[in-house]
Design a binder for this molecule. Structure first.
Ligand code: ADP
Length: 487
């Protein structure tokens, strides 16, 4: 029952009708229950006024009915007239009761409708703010419904009914097979849906969306997917920017680290260069003899080539570390990575009277990673250990690099030094950016090591008993356990 709120015209009309019924009832001599007509007034009053108005109208109608009866039949009792009076009073009462019940039900419905509209508005607002649209998909008819926000994410007007073709049209060509596979999956009603793909909008802009949906079944076993699709462009771009700055930071610290190693690297290259010069001169002497000794000359040239190969190897390793390149993840022999990293620091360590021992476990499974980045981690840990041992008495510093495989098949590497160890209160802050106990320390070495190890799906930790050295350990999943698409 809809109410025509406060309509003055209807109110006047109601008063008029009431008076008219009263006049006919009180001043005419008709043998009919005219007062029954008050039910119209009561019914209409429910459309114009609220509960109190209806009750007042009912009371008024009942009073007018009694008054009219009283005016005509006060002195002469009439059985039929009394019967008509009873019928009229009952009709007015019952109508009032029904009108009030109907009005209450209507009001409840209106309140519910209003609450529904409000929550719809909240939902639309929330979807807009969180850039999350909702949708449903019914197989096998491929009937698709989506919310306004979902339509906005895909760049379609909300009034246009969505179709699978519309989804494919907006999907980046490279990602279409992925979306087609997802559509086939929901057509077969096969488990949870979780897809990330890119959209290419008509203005050329690219969006990243994450679609999640869950199958539901009605009593006839019809399958319907209910889901949400999120515009995750902002977080993907932020992730890419973060990754890019991590790569840049890792590169800068690598170059800084190479600067620290410059003296020993120069020495490392100098040795084969000196050997090249000596062997070159020797071979010239063997050739310049009145009777050239070709065998000796060949042997000297072979040594020269070997020295040149050694020098090239050192330069290649350094160039690889100095180069600014995107990480290239490949299956790697971790022991070989550790050996190469040790070769680069061995001279620096020995110039600081630190002896290095490698204990490499045989038969380690390959790890999936970037060789340069993993070498950076190992060099960083070994340099830190060497710096910590600088105060040790000459010849007392010893460093052990040990590899092993843990029970889960992951490859572990432990670097143990005989330095002063790490103070217990420093341990929880070791991997925090800018934490350093060195006068000229940046405090970025270990945080970068951690970010590199974590992007490789591994973890890094430190253990130390102050006064008895420190062990920095890392563990990396074996290549076989890594989903190469994620890496
Ligand atoms: P930085 O070398 O610039 O100080 P790092 O992040 O590489 O930055 O190291 C942070 C701190 O961790 C160092 O200042 C040092 O106090 C501590 N540390 C790291 N490795 C060792 C170690 N092997 N022994 C003792 N302290 C260590």
């Amino acid at each position: 029952m809809t109410r025509v709120r406060g309509s003055p015209l209807l109110s006047i009309l109601l008063v008029g009708v009431t008076l008219l019924i009263f006049a006919v009832d009180a001043f005419t001599d008709l043998d009919v229950a005219i007062a029954v007509m008050y039910v119209v007034v009561v019914l209409l009053s429910a459309s114009v006024w609220g509960r109190r108005g209806v009750i007042l109208t009912t009371v008024l109608c009942l009073a007018l009915t009694l008054l009219a009866y009283g005016m005509i039949h006060v002195s002469i009792f009439s059985g039929p007239a009394s019967g008509r009076l009873m019928v009229s009073l009952a009709a007015i009462g019952i109508t009032a009761f029904l009108a009030l019940t109907g009005q209450a039900a209507t009001e409840r419905l209106l309140a519910r409708e209003q609450a529904l509209r409000r929550s719809e508005a909240f939902l639309a607002g929330t979807q807009r703010i969180s850039r999350t649209g909702s949708f449903s998909f019914t197989a096998p008819e491929a009937r698709l419904y989506w919310s306004e926000e979902a339509a906005r994410i895909y760049g379609y007007p909300a009034s246009q009914p969505p179709t699978v073709e519309m989804l494919l049209e907006r999907t980046m060509p490279d990602d279409r097979p992925l979306v087609r596979a997802a559509v086939e999956q929901v057509m077969r009603c096969e488990g949870e849906l979780d897809v990330r793909h890119r959209l290419q909008l008509p203005d050329g802009s690219i969006k990243y969306v994450h679609v999640l949906a869950h199958p539901t079944y009605d009593q006839d076993d019809h399958c319907e997917y209910l889901g949400a699709l999120m515009d995750v462009t902002a977080s993907v771009l932020a992730e890419q920017a973060l990754h890019e700055s991590q790569v840049q930071l890792a590169h800068v610290t690598r170059v800084t680290m190479l600067g620290e190693l410059a003296a020993s690297i120069a020495h490392e290259v100098n040795q084969p260069l000196a050997a090249i010069a000596t062997n070159g001169e020797a071979s010239l002497r063997w050739l310049n003899r009145p009777q050239p000794n070709l065998d000796e000359a060949c042997a000297a040239i072979a040594s020269l080539l070997e020295a040149s190969r050694r020098a090239t190897e050192v330069i290649q390793r350094i160039r690889a570390l100095a180069r600014r390149s995107d990480p290239n993840h490949l299956p790697l022999d971790f022991n070989a990575v550790a050996e190469e990293a040790s070769a680069l620091v061995r001279r620096e360590l020995s110039s600081h009277a630190v002896s290095l021992r490698l204990e490499l476990a045989p038969g380690l499974p390959p790890v999936y990673g970037d060789k340069v980045q993993l070498q950076q981690v190992l060099i960083n840990l070994m340099m830190n250990a060497m710096q910590a041992m600088q105060d040790c008495e000459a010849g007392n510093g010893s460093l052990l690099l040990r590899t092993a495989q843990d029970a889960d098949g992951a490859v572990q590497c432990h670097i143990t030094d005989s330095g002063p160890g790490i103070a217990t209160e420093h341990l929880p802050h070791l991997f925090e950016a800018f934490f350093s106990t060195k006068a000229d320390g940046m405090g970025m070495g270990l945080p970068i090591c951690r970010s590199i190890v974590e992007t490789h799906g591994g973890r890094i930790w430190a253990r130390s008993t102050p006064g008895q050295g420190a062990t920095l350990s890392l563990s990396l999943p074996s290549a076989a356990s890594v989903d190469t698409e994620d890496a």
